[in-house]
Design a protein around this ligand. Structure first.
Ligand code: UFG
Length: 337
């Protein structure tokens, strides 16, 4: 019996694999390595002492998926696989809609063929768009500002409809806030292709000397120090949130949605300063223009996950900074050394 992690070699997938294996939940990984490396498997084995099966497949490919379901007894799926770069989605909307919707539909159809009922989906706080924080799960959705966000919104709708039509389906939608950090071993972490779009990998690449300086995208927002405020969550807390969600999905039919965040807003400047002081490294920065589509303040109300899943984020911003740096400094070129 195993849980299939699509996109299981990626940043959140690999950390969730570790959390599952450490909790004696067997996993099978499926990934096409479009934004990940098969080398992550050795690292997962080093951390957990277990080497899960890893299939090199595109999960849009139903035939390849069927082979996995035929070879393994898959009792549930956590669907991480998907394209996730906001700016790229504006340039390549068709690729985003095709890939993200198709992969989810393929997985759901093959699950149905094999009688597999539990499905946990990687959604995003981006579905809330521009609304006052803290965001509860009952806040309006569908105010996305880019195709990436719309794919998350549309897949949520597909899953709600699928669960309504099939009372045997057990679906959990997880709306992530801003996952950063790395496993405390420093053996696995975030390894973006090219120049990072997101704040923490940009900071760590400046700190390690690969990039010259950070550009802070605006300091005139209506926030305490003028820079953008987000709800950063340690990726191992997030991974443990998936385990809690799997437990919930096992016991509950229907479709339920949970925020996975800390409930605390942290500004860009606070993050840069915490990173420097915790790790004793300088992060040179300049203040630049606002980035198109950015919001001033986004953070979660995480109470529902605490009440119903019994899960809350435990790790601090200092932990996130320490672990992100530990990963980056030991692996300046990601899984290639
Ligand atoms: N930022 C900078 N400089 C950078 C990168 C980011 O100042 O080089 C700032 C942004 O302006 C923002 C904050 O750092 O204020 C966080 O930016 P990220 O790009 O790290 O994250 P976002 O909040 O923009 O987006 C993230 C995910 C999306 C997801 C969204 C959900 O990347 O996939 O959270 O709220 F949709």
């Amino acid at each position: 019996m195993a849980i299939l992690l699509t996109g299981g070699a990626g940043f959140i997938g690999s950390h969730t694999a570790v959390a599952c294996l450490n909790a004696s939940v067997d996993v099978v990984l499926a990934d096409n390595f479009s934004n990940s490396s098969p080398k992550v498997l050795d690292r997962i084995e080093k951390i957990t002492g277990k080497r899960p099966a890893l299939y090199n497949v595109d999960v849009c490919d139903k035939r390849a998926l069927r082979d996995i379901f035929a070879e393994r007894f898959i009792t549930g799926v956590i669907h991480f696989a998907g394209l996730k770069a906001v700016g790229e989605s504006v340039r390549l909307p068709l690729a985003y809609y095709r890939n993200n919707l198709d992969s989810c539909l393929s997985v759901l159809e093959v699950m149905q063929e094999f009688g597999c009922k539990e499905f946990v989906f990687s959604s995003s706080a981006t579905v809330y768009g521009d609304q006052p924080a803290p965001l509860t799960e009952s806040a309006d959705t569908g105010h996305c500002s880019n195709p990436y966000g719309w794919t998350k919104f549309m897949i949520e709708q597909i899953l709600k409809d699928a669960a309504k039509a099939n009372p045997e389906l057990h679906v959990v939608l997880l709306r992530y806030f801003n996952p950063i950090g790395a496993h405390e071993s420093g053996l696995i972490g975030e390894n973006p292709n090219g120049i990072p779009n997101n704040l923490m990998p940009y900071i760590t690449q400046v700190a390690v000397g690969k990039l010259k300086q950070l550009t802070i995208f605006g300091d005139s927002y209506d926030t305490p120090d003028g820079t953008g405020v987000r709800d950063y969550i340690h990726v191992m807390d997030l991974a443990e949130g998936h385990l809690a969600a799997l437990g919930y999905a096992e016991a509950h039919a229907g479709c339920e949605v949970f925020n996975l965040g800390t409930g605390k807003g942290v500004s860009v400047l606070e993050m840069v300063n915490t990173f420097s002081s915790v790790n004793g490294v300088e992060v040179p920065y300049i203040i630049g223009e606002r980035r198109a589509g950015d919001l001033a303040t986004v953070y979660a109300d995480p109470a529902k996950a605490e009440q119903i899943l019994g899960w809350h984020a435990k790790r601090t911003v200092a932990d996130m900074c320490r672990d992100s740096w530990n990963w980056q400094k030991n692996n300046p070129n990601g899984y290639d050394g």
